[in-house]
Design a protein around this ligand. Structure first.
Ligand code: DC
Length: 448
């Protein structure tokens, strides 16, 4: 959810600018003035006067206000009727300011405005967006134009449309409207402390639109830079902590053992885990534990039910470290974070080190949940590791039955010691990957 609040007095061209910005930046445009106009229109249709509180409340209850995009045009619907034009009529113009001054109307409209923005990237235009509706908006703009300039523009429009008026009359109206907008008891027009004020007096709509777009883009860049800075600040620290070391802090071991026991009991009860082929697990020395990736929450099963209490280092995507709870899990259960799509030399080095120090290296070669059924191209990293070190691969097929029971089928270790080499060729990497994956598929299919 990204929110741009654009506030300012009437007649600044806010509406047109918001519409153009929305089109160009792919934001949803929400014209909050239109919501007050709809209620005013409904009151006019039912001949309800401004002091008929109960009747207005009834209207608020039964009015369904919607914005719809049709052929690039934004249309406003009131109770399924297209009222885009009607809400701009003179009758509505003359009454809407009063209606929007009623507190109970504002409460209801603000609720509606917030729900219209829910989960979307929006530009919301009005009077009190940055100060009240979305006080935490990502970008706040206050568009100002002198009353004289707005009066001059309006008078020109009137002349073009053949509406009789004088400049002085129009100016007087605008000043009165500004006063009313600024002095409302609730939802008064004012500049939010952290808003950027754009003076639209001397420039064209196009130029003012560009000013607004520049402000939004600048803010977006600042947000992105901040995010990058904080993740690159955090990650080296975590990765540093996650290095393969012989001696583990005692506190970490205790926490892991407690958690392991709790998880073991939970999985045993919830999934009634059954293990086949336990005798195939090598008694000592390092090996690569290789299984299929059923789903995220079932991943721990492979570690809890196959290797006993031996130390396993799991290769897992670095994105796992984003959430604090998963970061803690990853640390306790010795995850080696991998930057996918790149040749992550650090992850490779750590994995080889784990094997060289006699530990187990856990890999899910599919790289993603149910990768095999999604037909992902399995990467050759596992094969590379096995051929480079000559380590055995222990294939495991994990199956979830219709009754949600998990069967772990452990196969015989695949021995690559005779094929050990420093730089395995592409063909050998691919045929070895196929052999490992075929074995895992066979074990999954035959798990009963
Ligand atoms: O922007 P507009 O002219 O369509 O607004 C119609 C009326 O609604 C105007 O009197 C100001 C009022 N309004 C408001 O009080 N708060 C908003 N967020 C938007 C509009």
């Amino acid at each position: 959810m990204f929110i741009v609040a654009i506030d300012g007095p009437a007649g600044t061209g806010k509406g047109t600018i918001a519409k153009l910005v929305a089109e160009r930046l792919g934001l949803v445009n929400i014209d909050t003035g239109a919501t007050y106009r709809c209620i005013t229109l409904a009151m006019l249709k039912e001949n309800v006067k401004i002091d008929e509180t109960e009747k207005i409340k009834e209207i608020l209850e039964k009015s369904k206000i919607e914005f719809k995009n049709e052929n690039g045009e934004q249309l406003v619907f009131l109770n399924n009727e297209d009222v885009t034009k009607q809400i701009r009529s003179n009758d509505v113009n003359n009454m809407v300011s009063l209606v929007s001054s009623l507190k109970f109307v504002r409460y209801k409209m603000v609720d509606l405005q917030r729900s219209l923005a829910e989960g979307k990237d929006v530009i919301m235009e009005g009077r009190d967006i940055g100060t009240y509706v979305f006080p935490n908006a990502d970008v706040k703009i206050y568009l100002d134009t002198t009353a004289e300039e707005r009066a001059r523009r309006r008078q020109k429009q009137n002349e073009e449309q053949g509406i009789k008026s004088t400049y002085e009359e129009v100016l007087k109206n605008i000043i009165a409207r500004d006063e009313n907008d600024k002095n409302k008891e609730m939802g008064a027009l004012k500049i939010a402390e952290d808003a950027v004020v754009v003076d639209g007096t001397y420039d064209s709509i196009e130029k003012n639109t560009q000013k607004v777009i520049d402000i939004i883009n600048e803010k977006k860049n600042t947000i992105i830079n901040k995010k990058n800075a904080s993740s690159s600040e955090n990650q080296p620290k975590i990765i540093e902590k996650m290095k393969v070391t012989k001696k583990e802090p005692i506190f970490k071991v205790i926490q892991r053992e407690i958690l392991r026991t709790i998880l073991w009991v939970i999985y045993k009860i919830v999934y009634r885990v059954k293990v086949i082929g336990k005798e195939n697990v090598p008694k000592d020395g390092s090996f690569i534990l290789c299984g299929n990736h059923v789903d995220f929450y079932k991943v721990p099963v492979i570690e809890l039910f196959t290797t006993g209490r031996k130390r396993v280092y799991f290769m897992a995507k670095i994105e796992l470290l984003k959430k604090p709870i998963l970061r803690w899990f990853a640390y306790l259960f010795n995850v080696i974070p991998v930057k996918r799509g790149k040749n992550d030399m650090n992850a490779m080095k750590q994995s080889l080190q784990a094997l060289n120090q006699g530990y187990i290296l856990g890999i899910f070669p599919e790289g993603t949940t149910n990768g095999l059924s999604k037909k992902v191209k399995v990467k050759t990293g596992t094969a590379y590791m096995a051929l480079r070190t000559g380590t055995k691969v222990l294939p495991v097929g994990m199956k979830v039955t219709k009754t949600n029971k998990i069967i772990v089928n452990i196969g015989k270790p695949l021995d690559y010691s005779s094929k050990k080499q420093k730089n395995p060729e592409k063909e050998l990497l691919e045929s070895t990957t196929k052999e490992i994956m075929d074995t895992i598929i066979m074990l999954t299919d035959t798990a009963k």
